[in-house]
Design a protein around this ligand. Sequence first.
Ligand SMILES: [Cu+2]
Length: 124
Amino acid sequence: MTTLLVNILGLAAAAFIVWWFWLSKNLPEAKAGAGALDIIVDGGVYQPSVIRAAAGKPLRLRFLRKDKSPCAEKVIFSGLDVSAELPVGQPREVEFTPKSPGEYEFTCQMAMYRGKLIVEPGRE
Ligand SMILES: [Cu+2]
């Protein structure tokens, strides 16, 4: 009986963690403009975590990491060959020009912090 209870609690905890990390986010969204776009890294989330940008336009993201845990020390843009070390409490600018429209994930090394860069076709 105790084992069953422990199993149920374990399952509930696992379900909660999945929900917390992947499903609970009401993703705050931002559009990249001419200037740098600030992204706060804290409490397991990038704020904002969905960024819209235009293909062929230089993109400037300014990460400000508040989370001291080593988990947050790097941001990696998959599919774009872009990554950066993020010092705690010090803004770090990441600049690149996304060339092809599409959706690109950006995460910490362990993919606990997750964000999405949506590159829209650039207007001529
Ligand atoms: Cu991490």
